[in-house]
Design a protein around this ligand. Structure first.
Ligand code: ADP
Ligand code: MG
Length: 687
């Protein structure tokens, strides 16, 4: 029989309240009752038994069944955190780490950061004495291996969302398998929303290589256990577009409006691809809802993507008041990482933003690409949490059946491997090609990565980390290119400036994009514009922000995102500490933008481009690979089109656009990376 979730909880206000005040007796009991209704609850003892008796347990269960929030707590209750040990639970996404940790702390009635804590890059909310259950990104756990190679403080490590096959998850799995050989008592739990358990089990099955399937000392089964949590999802009725949809953004907005106008109460979850299209949809939808005015009040429109402030996250998770309808416009973070209670309608654009890397042209970019059938099924499932729901797919049934791929491609097979290779090297794994990967990366991508690292001076002729540069670069928790830029700034005497630039480049955007007209935003930007490009412009914004004493009013007036700037200050402070630890001396170049640009070139020489002489459309070609690229409209140099530039990253829509661009002198390229550009004809560098 189906449990009735919301019926006996009038209004459900205390039910999901995310403040600690809900630990009043009523609210507390409610949370407790809610926990017992989760599908994993019935499996509590089986899960604990498997973990006790097996090195590795694989747990498959539908999204929302309670894997992430309940299992770490069960482990704690069973004593796995006694004697100073810690239970870890990894997530591929930072936002999921924060949201889940704060939920678990709330359920346990403890302060976040004490017994239950989390760590993501640039943010550590744990206490080394108190924290027993720790949520973290898989990338952070990889970093922890650099100081504690056997991860000795952890008794159980739960690798969550394994079905996503993020590159860090895959590397982590390979390394954990190695660690288990040295630490047979370490327990692993691999949690996943879809059944791909068999190949995972085969990967972790070391029993065949050994004599028995038992670890002699610990009496543990080394053959992985598989447990499937029977979920409870309600039926979801699926609707398809009758014709191919030319513009999924507009289609999504009009679908939301017709659901709102015609369907009974229930929240709407819309899957879009990223901050840019989500912000645009929020704006369109707000307009539509206003025009719709009197006939349909009560639409609360909320975005959900990583980088959202804590307050905005809380809004998404807080219960919808009676008589209102919530619309959440999300990236695929809501596909399996987070559960939003109360969703009855799902609108699926059929797309997500994915990283793709082409080892031939040596270009990595973020592409809005079709999702797989597996993802489409997950998305639809989100409509059936509280009662039977409906899913509107903005693509045709024929497309779904005939053209959508069955599964996604593991990230490791579609990204640049530069960061991963340097991390493995720093952990002492030199034979990268022989590493035991859950899915093998392509040899071309591997060779490209080694080549870039060689040109950056990170590895030597034998592909070993160089000392000290290679080790210093590995120590900074950023892309090796950014780290190299920081290292170079030390020699060039502009580390203060480069740290600011590095901090700004690690967040999405410092501009407010969804307010007022494009024209106003452009005018605001012009107040800070530097002819040398975006990086130098960031320095002007940062200077202005400090000068006005970090005033929110100043930010508002200048279309600068206040939250983003606060984050920049925080990240910069952490980078400053890391930089000082590895021996970088803080120094400002006092406005000498040439040295700043040289330092950027030292890291990003591989992204150099030249304006095509015959082109009036602003077409550039990358020096390596001759890829066609254009300056993104958000750049200060859009329409300025200087001859020689470097870009920070690429995004593609109809074309490949360069985000964050800076002007350079091509002579610096040969200086920065003689090996990389050695095959170039000298005349192609002439101005
Ligand atoms: P799984 O990991 O199996 O997908 P979770 O443990 O994340 O499931 O979620 C279990 C339940 O906990 C969800 O159904 C949801 O109702 C509730 N929940 C999880 N996180 C939050 C949150 N941040 N706010 C409110 N409810 C939450
Ligand atoms: Mg989960």
């Amino acid at each position: 029989e189906k449990p009735q979730l919301l019926d006996d909880e009038e209004g459900g206000v205390l039910f999901f309240s995310s403040s600690l005040s809900s630990s009043s007796s009523y609210g507390y009991a409610s949370l407790e009752k809610q926990r017992q209704r989760l599908p994993v609850y019935k499996y509590r003892n089986s899960i604990l038994y498997l973990v006790e008796t097996h090195s590795t347990s694989i747990i498959v269960g539908e999204t929302g069944s309670g894997k992430t929030t309940q299992i770490p707590r069960y482990l704690k209750e069973a004593g796995w955190a006694e004697g100073g040990r810690v239970i870890a639970c990894t997530q591929p996404r930072r936002l999921a780490v924060q949201a889940v940790a704060s939920r678990v702390a709330e359920e346990m009635g403890v302060k976040l950061g004490d017994e239950v804590g989390y760590t993501i890059r640039f943010e550590d909310l744990t206490n080394s004495e108190l924290t027993r259950v720790k949520f973290l990104t898989d990338g952070v756990l990889l970093r922890e291996m650099m100081t504690d190679p056997l991860l000795s403080k952890y008794s159980v490590i739960m690798v969550d969302e394994a079905h996503e096959r993020s590159i860090s998850t895959d590397i982590l799995l390979g390394l954990l398998k190695k660690i288990q050989r040295r630490r047979p008592e370490l327990r692993l739990i691999i949690a996943s929303a879809t059944i791909e358990a068999k190949s995972m089990a085969a990967f972790f099955d070391t029993s065949k290589k050994r004599r028995g399937s038992e670890d002699k000392q610990h009496g543990l089964k080394t053959e992985p256990a598989i447990l499937s949590v029977e979920g409870r999802g309600y039926n979801v009725q699926v609707f398809y577009a009758e014709e191919p949809v030319p513009d999924y953004l507009r289609a999504a907005v009009s679908t939301v409006m017709s659901i709102h106008n015609q369907e009974p109460p229930g929240d709407i979850l819309v899957f879009l691809t990223g901050q840019d299209d989500i912000d645009a949809a929020v704006e369109l939808l707000t307009e539509e809802a206003q025009n719709n005015g009197k006939s349909s009040p009560g639409l609360t429109i909320l975005p959900l993507y990583s980088g959202l402030s804590r307050a905005d996250q809380d809004l998404v998770f807080s219960p919808t008041p009676r008589g209102k309808r919530k619309v959440v416009l999300s990236t695929n973070i809501a596909e399996t990482s987070l559960t939003l209670e109360g969703v009855v309608y799902v609108v699926d654009s059929g797309f997500s933003k994915q990283r793709f890397y082409n080892p031939i042209t040596d270009v990595e970019n973020l592409i809005v690409a079709p999702i797989s059938k597996a993802s489409a099924r997950q998305r639809a499932g989100r409509a059936g949490r509280v009662r039977p729901g409906k899913c509107y797919r903005l693509y045709t049934e024929e497309y779904y059946l005939k053209e959508m791929s069955t599964e996604g491609i593991p990230e490791i097979q579609r990204t640049s491997l530069v960061s991963s290779v340097i991390q493995l090297k720093a952990l002492g794994i030199d034979n990268i090609l022989g590493f035991d990967w859950p899915a093998s990366p392509s040899p071309e991508a591997m060779i490209r990565a080694l080549e870039v690292l060689y040109s950056l001076g990170v590895v030597d002729d034998d592909a070993k980390l160089t000392s000290p540069a290679g080790f210093q670069i590995a120590e900074i928790p950023l892309d090796p290119m950014i780290s190299k830029m920081i290292l170079a700034s030390n020699e060039l005497g502009c580390s203060e400036e480069i740290l600011t630039i590095a901090a700004v480049l690690s967040i999405q955007s410092i501009w407010v994009s969804s307010r007022g007209s494009q024209k106003e935003l452009d005018e605001a930007k012009m107040r800070f514009a530097a002819a040398e490009g975006d990086h130098v412009t960031f320095l002007n914004v940062y200077k202005g922000f400090l000068k006005c004493n970090k005033s929110p009013t100043w930010c508002h007036k200048n279309f600068v995102n206040y939250q983003a700037m606060k984050k920049v200050i925080e990240i910069r402070e952490q980078l400053r500490r890391t930089a000082q630890r590895i021996g970088i001396i803080l120094k400002s170049c006092d406005g000498d933008t040439q040295v700043v640009r040289k330092a950027v070139t030292a890291g990003y020489f591989a992204n150099a481009c030249r304006l095509e002489a015959f082109s009036h459309s602003g077409m550039y070609k990358t020096l390596r690979g001759s890829q066609e690229v254009y300056i993104h409209p958000s750049s200060i140099l859009f329409r300025v089109n200087p001859k020689w530039i470097l870009f920070h990253s690429l995004v593609s829509t109809d074309r490949q656009y360069m985000r964050n661009v800076i002007t350079i002198d091509p002579a610096w390229l040969i200086e920065a990376a003689p090996h990389f550009y050695r095959h170039r004809q000298p005349d192609s560098f002439h101005q």
